[in-house]
Design a binder for this molecule. Structure first.
Ligand code: BV8
Length: 246
């Protein structure tokens, strides 16, 4: 592990542009269950069951109860050293950037600059009826919600979570920002199973741009065979170690 960490550190020391794609593994040490790990399930539903427009159409209250449960978890926890190291990197290196699949906003709370949030936020809401075009998200950090399910303040209709559900397109502006950041010297897949697209595709694009690629994860993933170095271990530790080598 040490030589792949040293290899990655020497590449980072020489790098101008660095892009880190993060997943649920980065928030695990904050107490947020990952999607595929233990505890990722809510009642007996899987994330891919509930995180769809079909599930919301069928049973909006159950889907809202799941999102309310996740908001309460996130509100009760704090960013961990993995978030802190990445946030400092973005503050001390203009072209070191974070692209996240996480909807917990812990990167924001850690002070990450220029964060690209691919899948939205648990604390943004939108109108389910689309009473406004283009639909604009509004911020709502109240935990718990005074009334369930939450309503659109504009039309009184049902509100929906401001996240990107499976089968829904990502915001083209976020995809374009992330794609531009694949043109980098070092691309790191951090705490992600690299199973969900288009997010998992950015590693391929970075490789095509000739970036040095690395994976930080406790176990091997879909991305392991694609990267130049794979560093095994809890990311809240490996990022701290890596940072001391810079
Ligand atoms: C779309 C928000 C089309 C909601 C999320 C190509 C091939 C195959 C399938 C597709 C494809 N293109 C599109 C698809 C379909 C689908 C998809 O990818 N399906 C997968 C399941 C195969 N993609 C979509 O539906 C996307 N939309 O394609 O639209 C379209 C286009 C135009 C017009 C109309 C439609 C939308 C995808 C976004 C879905 N929303 N989240 C919510 O959160 O409620 S995805 C959600 O799941 C997360 O955001 C994240 O992206 C993903 C979970 O992955 P991870 O974050 O990686 O978490 P996971 O638990 O899996 O892994 C954790 C990892 O951490 C593990 O490896 C573990 O070992 C590691 N770990 C744990 N602890 C630690 C650690 N590592 C280090 N340290 C630790 N301590």
């Amino acid at each position: 592990m040490l030589n792949s960490l040293n290899e990655l550190a020497s590449r980072l020391r020489a790098a101008h542009a660095v892009t880190v794609l993060t997943g649920a593994g980065v928030s695990a040490a904050s107490g947020i269950p990952t999607f595929r790990g233990a505890g990722g399930l809510w009642k007996h539903f899987s994330a891919t069951d509930l995180a769809t427009a079909e599930a919301f159409t069928r049973d909006p209250l159950t889907v809202w109860e799941w999102y309310a449960w996740r908001r309460e978890q996130v509100a009760a926890c704090s960013p961990n050293p993995a978030h802190d190291v990445l946030a400092r990197w973005t503050r001390t290196h203009d072209r070191w950037r974070v692209v996240t699949q996480n909807v917990d906003d812990l990167h924001l709370r850690a002070g990450t600059l220029n964060l690209v949030r691919l899948h939205g936020s648990l604390f943004d809401l939108r109108c389910w009826n689309g009473c406004e075009t283009p639909s604009r998200a509004w911020r709502d950090e109240r935990v718990p919600f005074p009334d369930m399910p939450p309503r659109c303040p504009r039309c009184g209709g049902l509100a929906r979570p401001g996240v990107v559900w499976f089968g829904e397109a990502l915001d083209p502006a976020d995809v374009a920002s992330a794609e531009a950041l694949t043109a980098c010297d070092v691309f790191i897949a951090a705490g992600t199973s690299a199973m969900v697209y288009p997010a998992a595709g950015f590693l391929h694009q970075a490789r095509a741009h000739g970036a040095f690629t690395a994976e930080l994860n406790t176990e091997s993933t879909q991305a392991t065979r694609l990267v130049d170095v794979a560093v095994r271990g809890p990311i809240e530790q490996t990022l701290l170690e890596l940072d001391t080598l810079l």
